[in-house]
Design a protein around this ligand. Structure first.
Ligand code: PLP
Length: 463
């Protein structure tokens, strides 16, 4: 890592964010896979962008993103099992592209603040129809971080309090407020105090938890006890904020989330669900909250813009429409007509193509196949997930659960050379979040590639 002239040397982020962009294995991937043209753009990218961890140097140079695939400059296609969470309808879905084109042709793409426009109103109305329970009031903004911060602001204004509880290891965005409630040191280190009153607790993890519990009831009980401890010792809590299913992905029990909601009610805190990744069919229902409960504020992003235009937002209850004399998210792109047209078209595609049911069915099939794989491969410690939000926790030893971090990285690059791209998280967890339009045949083929790579690494065929 390059020496820094000022400030403290940063820690490598591998344990939190997964695939790291500076390892020798990645170096090997570049040497083996970057064509001459790609290499020159890669170098220009490194020359002109301000470097930050996890972004530069890049993995490869992309020429196209279409359907379930990304394609590099050499024309190699990869089933993109990450897609940064924007590709629920597939990249460049023809109907979303058409909606964007139509909006461009109508010469209404931007809408100055203090005006409104029909696509933005239609999208807000659609969200009121499909959001869980009685959630019906929307505010839009350009990115997920902003949406999280709008949710936090709203919760603070509504309750007249400022403290929050969120989860260690969670990611809610890179802004000050969002990284303050996020649980990764990587995002808060080195920049001094963030937002005061941000408390963190453990997310229920049934496979890996600090207490060594193997019974999920014990994990739930301890995690709820921790939340209640904070609520009692730090009175005046504004909100509890978390993803219904964590990014790794651990799927908590319904009992757990109902317990959190009951605690929120008892102590007067709002419950905010970050569904920036999980919304819009990812977990097999339109929203992950639909598996559990109705939050007080739902935060959306990523696929909300149809994978084409940046768009995020919050949806909340009628009773919280009480801050009309404050600006919660006074964003320039608050009612961007182009983004709204894309978002509306994407939701219509999800409904028309039954992508929620498809994700539920195909996710169950993939999990079953992965469970069978686990019988054949000792490297697989645990398979988790719901819908098309799946994780494979790789271990060197099933008893000690030592993380197979190096192995996970080698599997990643072996898979990429065979046309399957994904992201590892926590260093050793392969996460699979393909476009929801992926077919069973395509998913099976991708799982075959992953199994092949796992088998090779188990046999000592390193990358
Ligand atoms: C769960 C979650 N929340 C919030 C964010 C922040 O979204 P954005 O990158 O659009 O600011 C992300 C982004 O990865 C996310 O995964």
């Amino acid at each position: 890592m390059a020496k820094q002239r000022f400030g403290k040397q940063c820690e490598r982020p591998e344990s939190e964010q997964g695939d790291v962009n500076t390892t020798p294995v990645r170096q090997r991937y570049w040497e083996r896979n970057l064509s001459g043209e790609a290499r020159s753009w890669f170098e220009e990218d490194a020359r002109y962008f301000l470097h930050q961890s996890l972004s530069t140097p890049v993995l490869n140079v992309i020429a196209r993103a279409r359907g379930i695939y990304i394609e590099d400059l050499a024309g190699r296609k990869y089933v993109d099992m990450h897609g940064n969470g924007v590709h629920n309808t597939g990249f460049n879905h023809p109907e979303v592209v058409q909606a964007v084109r139509r909006q461009l042709d109508e010469s209404l793409t931007f809408c100055p603040r203090r005006y409104t426009n029909i696509p933005a109103v239609r999208l807000a109305k659609k969200l009121a129809e499909i959001a869980p329970g009685e959630l019906c009031r929307t505010l839009f903004c350009p990115g997920g971080t902003d949406a999280i911060e709008m949710a936090l602001k709203l919760a603070k204004l509504v309750t007249g309090r400022f403290k929050t509880i969120s989860f260690w290891d969670s990611f809610h965005g890179a802004g000050f407020g969002a990284s303050g409630v996020g649980g990764e040191e990587h995002f808060h280190g080195g920049i001094g105090p963030l937002v005061p009153g941000a408390f963190h607790v453990e997310f229920p993890n049934y496979y890996r938890n600090p207490w060594g519990f193997t019974n999920s009831d014990d994990v739930d009980a301890e995690c709820l006890r921790q939340i209640e401890l904070v609520l009692r010792r730090e009175p005046e809590m504004a909100a509890v904020i978390g993803e219904p299913v964590s990014a790794n992905p651990v799927v908590p029990s319904k009992r757990y989330w109902e317990g959190v909601r009951d605690l929120c009610r008892r102590y007067g805190a709002l419950l905010i669900c970050d569904e920036i990744i999980e919304g819009f069919g990812r977990t097999g229902k339109m929203f992950a909250s639909d598996h559990y409960l109705t939050p007080d504020i739902l935060v959306l992003g990523k696929s909300l813009g149809g994978g084409i235009v940046p768009l995020a937002g919050i949806v909340t209850r009628e009773e919280y429409n009480t801050c009309g004399d404050r600006s919660i998210g006074h964003y320039t792109h608050e009612k961007n007509a182009l983004a709204a047209a894309a978002g509306l078209a994407a939701i219509e595609v999800i409904e028309k193509e039954n992508l929620c049911d498809h994700a539920a069915r195909l996710g169950a099939h993939a999990l079953e196949r992965l469970q069978e794989m686990a019988d054949r491969h000792p490297l697989i410690g645990c398979v988790m997930g719901i819908g098309l939000h799946i994780g494979i926790d790789l271990v060197r030893d099933r008893k000690t659960k030592e993380k197979a971090t190096r192995e996970a990285e080698m599997i990643l690059f072996k898979c990429m050379e065979n046309g399957v791209a994904f992201k590892t998280i926590d260093g050793n967890i392969i996460t699979l979040r393909p476009a929801l339009v992926i077919t069973e045949q395509q998913m099976d083929a991708a799982l075959d590639v992953i199994e092949g790579a796992i088998g090779e690494v188990e046999r000592g065929l390193n990358y």
